[in-house]
Structure formats: C-alpha cells, structure tokens
Write a protein that binds this ligand. Structure first.
Ligand SMILES: [Mg+2]
Length: 243
C-alpha cells in the first residue's frame, strides 16, 4: 500500500488566496445552516472568516498545516459567540463549509496522475495521508473528483479524521488499519522529513522523500529521495523489484 501526502507532494505547497474565497464560504455557510435567521448566519460567517484569517494566511505560505488550534474548536467558539448550537453535527457541517474547494487555479504537480496510475499498475492500493485544517476525507474526495484522479485513490485519511497532525503516527496507523496490512507492506511518499519520513520509519514503513515543489533536501533518512513524481514512480517500481 502507498500512503501519499498531498501538500508539496501531489499538489503545490502554497494555496492561492482569492477574493472570491470569502464569498464562496458565505454561500456554503448559509447552505449549512437552514432555518436560521439570515442576520445570525451573516454574523457567524463574519466571525468565522475573521477568526480564521491568521490560519488562512499561514496556509497561503505553506499547505503543511502547522496551525495548532483545531478547526472544530474555532468553529464551536464562533457558533457559541453567535448564540447558535455547537453540537458535533453542526460543527462538522460548518468546518466543511469553510474548506475552500480546489479551483482551476489549483493543479496537481507534474507527474501526479501518472504516479497514482502506476501505483495501481503495480498492484498496490493508494491511500491519501494528509495533514489538513478544514478538510476531512469527504472534502478531499470532492477535490480529487474535480482534479480527475478520484478513481486512482482507494482511501483518504486526514489529520482531521485521525484527530492528530503528522508527525503523530495516528494518520498512518489509521490508513494501515483500513488496509489491514502490516507496516512492512506500506510505502510512505511525502515531501517533509519530519512529518512524513520520520514517523513512517518509526512505524517500520518504507519511505520515499519527494521534492517536486521544495528545494533539494540536504539530508534524508528516506529509502529513496527523488526530485519529481515520475522519478518517484520509478523508485517505487525498483523498491518492489528488489523484494
Ligand atoms: Mg506535504
């Protein structure tokens, strides 16, 4: 099984902020809160967009989520401040509404679709293993459908679903349990030594460090280090041939 990171691995490190993003969020927040007074929904949208600005700006520099306050905590605080119920279901709906869907501005990195196809050709399963803030697996499924690669993906595990950000092992462990395989049968592909490679090695998984959108790393403990996703597909083939 291949466990694949997203930011800096399948798509770029930075997420372009667009003026229309706030408008899109307002529309989705309204849709997620049927039967609530429009003025209250408007106040909720103001509170959410305002309090999420520091995190959004951080993610415009790096899609590697490093913001510590959980999205669901932030959403719950905004709901309470607006006098709305902050039950788990409402929090989840609003978190998803805040997740900005991929647009025509967000493209997969070169070779990403070919890598995903190659993994299936090799008879492996593909599981997305990603640190996210607003996104959960369902949000990502929508994204990958838009990007035309959903068919090449078997499962998605995000830090929102697993409850911990990588390098915590929860994301990889959840993916491994989903597949029902031992760690030796897992290959982690990612662009961050500390978030992808180190926790994978600690679990006994094999690793490929890729840098299609990063400078060449000075050092790495990964089993293979490759500059692009075509070279990654080849490294994966070679790894399986060596068995
Ligand atoms: Mg990454």
């Amino acid at each position: 099984m291949a466990l694949i990171d997203v930011g800096g691995t399948l798509w770029p490190n930075s997420w372009p902020i667009r003026k229309t993003d706030a408008f899109g969020r307002r529309v989705r927040i309204q849709a997620a809160m049927p039967g609530i007074e429009p003025a209250t929904v408007e106040a909720l949208a103001d509170a959410l967009i305002e309090s999420s600005r520091p995190g959004d700006e951080a993610r415009s520099i790096s899609t590697e989520s490093a913001v510590s306050t959980g999205a669901e905590v932030l959403v719950a605080q905004c709901l309470v401040r607006c006098g709305l119920p902050a039950d788990a279901d409402t929090v989840r709906r609003i978190r998803r509404a805040m997740s900005i869907p991929v647009s025509d501005q967000m493209k997969l990195l070169p070779g990403a679709a070919e890598l995903l196809t190659e993994i299936h050709t090799l008879g492996m399963r593909t599981v997305i293993a990603s640190n996210t803030y607003w996104r959960d697996a369902d949000s990502y499924w929508d994204d990958f459908r838009v990007l035309g690669v959903a068919e090449q993906i078997d499962a998605i595990v995000t830090s929102v679903d697993a409850g911990h950000l990588k390098p915590h092992p929860a994301v990889f462990e959840m993916a491994r349990r989903w597949a029902g395989v031992t760690a030796e049968l897992c290959v982690v592909i990612g662009n961050r030594e500390e978030n992808d490679i180190e926790p994978a090695l600690a679990l006994g998984m094999r690793t490929i460090l890729v840098y299609p959108d990063d400078p060449k790393p000075a050092t790495s403990r990964a089993h293979a280090v490759v500059p692009d996703l075509w070279a990654c597909a080849k490294a994966l083939r070679d790894m399986l041939d060596d068995e």
